[in-house]
Design a protein around this ligand. Structure first.
Ligand code: NAD
Length: 443
């Protein structure tokens, strides 16, 4: 099949590479000329395990192309995927500017039947808006052409995107048209050999499924963080509580790891967008709003712990940070808890020395050169002259620590663990003050 994908970000690139890998002819189009030039030069602008080699192999096989030429891209594929960003607008709603722009572009250039596949995360009713935008452009041109719009939300996780795309739990397609069902069956056939994996439903249900999934996962995180904060005040250990509840199959262990809050490009904006939709239709979603409030509070926990450890005297202190990305195996720092912490530390007059296996470049891009930020190239380098260490991301490489050595490296013996990676007794036995999430009075 010939497939066009608008947007060469995380979702567009992974979708493009994975669909090319099973034999489709894929053209990825992006408005960012620099990004396209880098991709054409064989460079992958994001860090995602396995993506670089998948792109290289499929380009070499002549099945994957990159362009900025929208006209050529619209002419290329029967399927026109929209995988552009839908960031939060100021009021929390999803900003559909890029999605509608692509719809207009498709309407401007199409000269044959096209199926427009909405892969971006968009509020219920967006497929109809895309349809109207395409129709308006066709009207303007004075041409009558047939087209369909369907919803095909993406559930991949950054850091395991290829695995998720190829072996995800389900592929959701929202459409009422048999010809769309048939084309989408063909597109996903290599990835949906398992019975019932390809789920067809109404367009609005498919659009809501994506928000419901992310809101559910964010709810689990905020729920366990709420219980962790209670544990801390009640003298309980959230790790024991987590095991106690996770063993119940009705609850399960997934997504109940306490931490310093969720971040990334999806949960924060999707929870906000769903809350906004609910407000708009006059049915405020109480739980969703609370999930967001709990998370905002959780992101300030690490700073509060440092304030407690240093009696509020953080000016002039140097704080080592391990982990900048919002989660391991990505360089993405969008809405990362590390950012809330660093910004609060700078505000308080402290310096930050940070190490992340992948996100240093992204951190430099966001914050530029500053006197109060040093980006270390190794984890131990971040400890040089530091007063305390804070762990913000649970990279595997941080799970093993020689605590006696750490004790020697730090001017004050303070370890703040935003991911509960260690046993409090072991850390404390080495003479460190250990602050973790929801683990009783661990100071
Ligand atoms: P991204 O910001 O990484 O990439 C978006 C790309 O679209 C950029 O390269 C941008 O230049 C390009 N673009 C913008 N306007 C364009 C246009 N008119 N024509 C062509 N290209 C255009 O975004 P992303 O993380 O890939 O997310 C895309 C969508 O998928 C969002 O709606 C997001 O919520 C959703 N999603 C993301 C993830 C994830 O983990 N990142 C997972 C599931 C769903």
């Amino acid at each position: 099949m010939r497939i066009t994908i608008f947007g060469s970000g995380y979702v567009g690139l992974v979708t493009g590479a994975c669909l090319a890998d099973v034999g489709h002819d894929v053209m990825c189009v992006d408005v960012d000329a620099d990004k396209v030039a880098r991709l054409e030069a064989g460079e992958v602008p994001i860090y995602e395990p396995g993506l670089e080699s998948l792109i290289r192999q499929n380009r070499a096989a002549g099945r994957l192309h990159f362009t900025t030429d929208a006209e050529q891209a619209v002419a290329f594929g029967l399927l026109q995927f929209i995988a552009v960003g839908t960031p939060s607008d100021e009021d929390g709603s999803a900003d559909l500017r890029h999605v509608l722009k692509v719809a207009e572009t498709i309407g401007r250039h199409m000269d044959d039947y096209r199926i427009i596949v909405d892969k971006s995360t968009v509020p219920v009713g967006t497929a109809s808006r895309v349809e109207r935008a395409v129709a308006a452009e066709l009207d303007r041109r004075g041409v009558a052409l047939d087209f369909d719009v369907c919803s095909n939300p993406e559930f991949l996780k950054e850091g395991a995107a290829i695995e998720d795309f190829s072996k995800g739990a389900r592929i959701v397609v929202g459409t009422d048209a048999e010809r769309v069902r048939s084309a989408m069956r063909e597109c996903y056939a290599p990835y949906s050999r398992q019975k019932d994996k390809l789920m067809f439903m109404g367009v609005r249900s498919a659009e809501l499924t994506k928000y419901a999934a992310n809101a559910m996962l964010a709810t689990k995180i905020s729920f366990i963080n709420e219980i962790a904060n209670l544990s801390e005040r009640l003298g309980a250990d959230i790790e024991e509580v987590r095991h106690g509840i996770g063993s119940d199959p009705r609850i399960g262990y997934h997504f109940i790891y306490p931490g310093c809050g969720y971040g990334g490009s999806c949960f924060p904006k999707d929870v906000k967008a769903l809350a906004h939709t609910a407000e708009q239709i006059g049915h405020p979603a109480e739980m969703i709003a609370a999930v967001e409030r709990v998370n905002a509070r959780q992101k300030s926990r690490l700073f509060e712990m440092l304030c407690q450890a240093f009696n509020g005297q953080l000016a002039g202190k140097t704080i080592a940070l391990w982990g900048l990305a919002f989660k391991p195996n990505t360089d993405d720092m969008r809405e990362a808890p590390s950012r809330a912490l660093m910004e609060a530390l700078w505000e308080a007059g402290a310096r930050v020395q940070a190490f992340d296996p992948e996100a240093a470049g992204e951190c430099r891009r966001i914050y530029g050169e500053r006197d109060d930020l040093r980006l270390a190239s190794q984890r131990n380098e971040a400890l040089e002259g530091a007063d305390a260490l804070v762990i913000c991301t649970e990279w595997k490489a941080f799970r093993t620590v020689d605590f006696a050595e750490l004790r020697e490296s730090l001017a004050s013996p303070v370890l703040v663990d935003g991911r509960n990676l260690f046993q409090p007794e072991t850390v404390k036995a080495a003479g460190l003050a250990y602050y973790a999430i929801g683990r009783g009075d661990s100071v």
